[in-house]
Design a protein around this ligand. Structure first.
Ligand code: FE2
Ligand code: FE2
Length: 165
């Protein structure tokens, strides 16, 4: 049995992962409206990944005999200045989630919730990967700037993302 304070924090993280999923879905819809269908695909798959993260914590909480308490979600940002700014926002979001995971890990450790720390190690590793891949995309958008041909290439590249990635 894990401490109630850790259970509460995991419930908050489930909400954060679902909120990230929702935000990515709104980003995907924005890109699709601009006919950047490769970007839209990448973001839609990312939305699914975040849903998967939420469910991983959801399953963990139930396995630890904890109560899942789903909370309300804020309406995600709908409009962006550009496709590039969508990915800038994605990077900021990933950095914020990394900070949340760090704090959650620290709390679990302090509360001697060791099983939770093991579960959260997966998330620490995942955040390194997610920040890295998003940062690389942001760098590419900065590089291509407003060049239409390069933007189309980049859109095509992002559209090649597969679900397992
Ligand atoms: Fe996540
Ligand atoms: Fe993420």
């Amino acid at each position: 049995m894990t401490s109630p304070v850790v259970h509460e924090a995991i419930n908050r993280q489930i909400n954060a992962e679902l909120s990230a999923s929702y935000a990515y879905l709104a980003m995907s819809a924005f890109c699709a409206r601009q006919n950047f269908n490769g970007c839209a695909r990448w973001l839609r798959l990312q939305s699914q990944e975040e849903y998967g993260h939420a469910m991983k914590l959801y399953d963990f909480l139930l396995a630890r005999d904890g109560a899942v308490e789903l909370k309300g979600m804020a309406e995600p940002k709908r409009d962006y200045e550009s496709i590039a700014s969508v990915f800038e926002a994605a990077l900021t979001q990933e950095q914020e989630v990394s900070r949340q995971i760090d704090m959650l890990y620290e709390l679990a450790f302090k509360e001697r919730a060791f099983a939770a720390t093991v579960e959260l190690q997966w998330f620490l590793t995942e955040q390194v990967e997610e920040e890295k891949s998003t940062r690389e995309i942001v760098a590419k958008f900065r590089l291509v700037g407003d060049d239409p041909a390069s933007l189309l290439d980049l859109d095509r590249e992002l559209g090649s993302r597969t679900a397992a990635q």
